[in-house]
Design a protein around this ligand. Structure first.
Ligand code: G6P
Length: 614
């Protein structure tokens, strides 16, 4: 969702801001804008609907000079995506420009009050009230910019990351955040701000992550000052970002999504590094060692997540219940937070999030924490809000995921959940030696087996061509492969806009079977496991109704050739690790269908990578 970039230093701000916006494109947006203060102290604001490249074309013949500026990509919430609603928004005197990520919940109230005071509004956004409020408070209290921002933010309810530029303070950017991410980069005589570190890393590795309700006062040639809404000065340690610029580029692949699918073997190796020790037959997760008592004594585990992370959570439930004998509930964070959920001190909450910024997951964590639960995070983005809000956790270490449709993060999450189930099961003595050792050995084989699946890329690309006609798809699986069916369906709908539903295969009889005819593609995950025969029976039911069957099967299985229209053979693995193998052909199939349909794979319409509003 909305991306924020800011620069103040001695270089031309515009190219840095544009490059920064491009680094944030993955978050999802529908319009873009930039505000620059030039050497004559003129404030130039340019905005366009559409892509950052549209903004570049629009400003080609305009004055883009200046060594201080702010820029924004907007994902519409209040008001349609158009030039007027795009950020930066400007105060009525045209002195102050502001960009914002988040939602101001009491904007209607505040807007009404400001209108009564004669202030004119131009856009339909919630954001515009902040810039007018700042200017109003500046004048009313005859105060400085920092105090006016502080006062304005004290009156707003909701989530924000903002950056403010003021003609009367030409050497200053004021930035602040609450519940939406913001990071400050510290270079040599220059500062950067951004929604995450990706626009910053090519200039400096030194960053500071703002905490909730904090304001950064960034002045040219001075040290940054951090102050909170209660007017207390805050000290921050500078952190180093371990992000390599190569990880933010496509590296020869047509799309980030394809690159990320192909990165999975390496990612899983990275995720297991130092944790899975095959030579010594053990799995070590530092969080399980440090918080063993808390975790071993958990009476219940509640997994909270959204989207793809929720699907990996379902696999986590199967793993943790089987090997740790702890009851596990998997909840959509957005539902959990608005229910009167019963949570207590004996509960362990596992919060799963790739971005570490999902607003609903973050709010659900805070709620569970307030009720006494112990919170374990499984995240990818190091230093993001969720890992900072949890008691402990394990990073998945798969590197930045840029494609909006999550792929390698899913594999990383499942791998961490498998390692967690092993480590905890071992501590609790609820896993047999045989299972424990077998799973350790097999985890080490997974990257190699993933490589084999990736060799099917061409075959799957050919298969995809046949199915571009489809308006609907059904995905069916059982046991550990039921969440895989959900994830396969989600991938397809996200990027190809084909309606797709995932179901537990047996549940098909209770509804989806009514949809099956000779035009309906049905994807079965039918690998050789304990439920194989059951899945084959379900497949026969589809065949009898002339559905077009695509089956993901185990290598060497010839039995399904007569039933399925198309078979994709994948290497056999242990049942509990099958999602790591069987998800990959579904990711590739969704990818190739979307490419055949000419869709924007990396930035599908309406979707955002980092969902920072509820
Ligand atoms: C968005 C993304 C999905 C992701 C979900 C949860 O919808 O497009 O790919 O699974 O958010 O995000 P999280 O960062 O919390 O895993």
């Amino acid at each position: 969702m909305c991306g924020i970039v800011g620069y103040i230093g001695n270089k031309n701000a515009y190219p840095i801001l544009i490059k920064g916006l491009k680094r944030l494109e993955y978050r999802g947006y529908d319009s873009a804008g930039v505000a620059l203060l030039n050497s004559k102290n003129e404030l130039n604001i340019y905005k366009t609907k559409g892509k950052v490249s549209d903004l570049e074309n629009f400003v080609a013949d305009k004055d883009c000079s200046g060594t201080v500026g702010i820029a924004h990509t907007r994902w519409a919430t209040h008001g349609e995506p158009n030039k007027i609603n795009a950020h930066p928004h400007c105060s009525n005197s045209k002195n102050i420009a502001l960009i914002h990520n988040g939602i101001i919940e009491n904007y209607a109230d505040l807007k009404e009050k400001l209108i009564q005071k004669g202030i004119e509004f131009k856009s339909d956004t919630d954001t515009e009230i902040i810039v007018h409020l700042i200017e109003y408070l500046l004048q009313k209290h005859n105060t400085n910019l920092l105090s006016a921002v502080q006062l304005a933010l004290s009156s707003v309810v909701g989530a924000y990351a903002i950056a403010v530029l003021d003609k009367n303070n030409p050497d200053t950017i004021i930035a602040a955040r609450k519940s939406s991410p913001l990071v400050v980069g510290i270079g040599e005589d220059e500062f950067f701000i951004a929604s995450d570190a990706s626009p910053i890393v090519e200039y400096t590795k030194k960053v500071i992550y703002l905490d909730n309700e904090e304001i950064a006062c960034i002045r040219r040639g001075e040290e940054i000052k951090f102050i909170n809404l209660k007017n207390i000065e805050v000290q921050h340690e500078i952190q180093e970002v371990l992000l390599d610029i190569g990880q933010l580029e496509k590296g020869g692949y047509a799309h980030f999504m394809l690159k990320e699918i192909f990165e999975q073997p390496a990612c899983i190796n990275n995720c297991m590094k130092g944790r899975v020790n095959v030579a010594h037959d053990n799995i070590k997760l530092s969080a399980v060692i440090d918080y063993q008592e808390k975790l071993v004594n958990a009476k219940r585990i509640i997994i909270l997540a959204c989207g793809t992370s929720w699907h990996s959570g379902l696999i986590g439930k199967y793993l943790l219940e089987t090997y740790c004998q702890i009851p596990v509930e998997v909840e959509y964070a957005s539902e959990f937070r608005y229910r009167n959920s019963v949570v207590g001190e004996n509960d362990v909450v596992i919060a799963i999030s790739q971005s570490g910024e999902t607003a609903d997951t973050l709010a659900a964590i805070e709620l569970a924490k307030a009720k006494g639960a112990f919170i374990f995070g499984i995240c990818n983005a190091v230093g993001s809000s969720i890992p900072r809000a949890t008691h402990t956790g394990a990073y998945i270490h798969v590197g930045p995921e840029i494609g909006v449709a999550s792929t390698k993060a899913f594999s990383g999450q499942v791998t961490v959940l498998a390692m967690l189930a092993m480590a905890l099961g071992r501590s609790k003595n609820t896993i047999s030696e045989k299972d424990y050792f077998e799973i350790i050995q097999e985890l080490a084989n997974i990257p190699q087996k993933m490589e084999k699946v990736l060799q099917l890329n061409e075959e799957i690309a050919d298969l995809a061509k046949i199915f571009t006609y489809a308006k609907n798809f059904i995905y069916l699986g059982r046991g550990y492969c039921f969440p895989v069916a959900l994830e396969g369906a989600l991938k397809l709908k996200e990027i190809s806009y084909i309606h797709a539903e995932g179901y537990p295969a047996a549940e098909m009889k209770h509804g989806p079977i009514a949809l099956i005819d000779d035009e309906m593609p049905v994807v079965f995950i039918a690998t050789n496991n304990a439920l194989y025969e059951k899945v084959v029976s379900n497949m026969q039911e589809v065949k009898a109704r002339k559905g077009r069957i695509i089956a993901i099967i185990s290598e060497g299985d010839t039995k399904l050739n007569d039933i399925a229209d198309f078979c994709i053979e994948v290497p056999q693995t242990l049942e509990c690790l099958e999602p790591l193998i069987t998800t990959i052909p579904l990711q590739l199939m969704a990818y190739h269908i979307a490419v055949c349909k000419g869709k924007n794979v990396d930035q599908p319409r309406n979707l955002a990578k980092s969902v920072t509003v509820e």
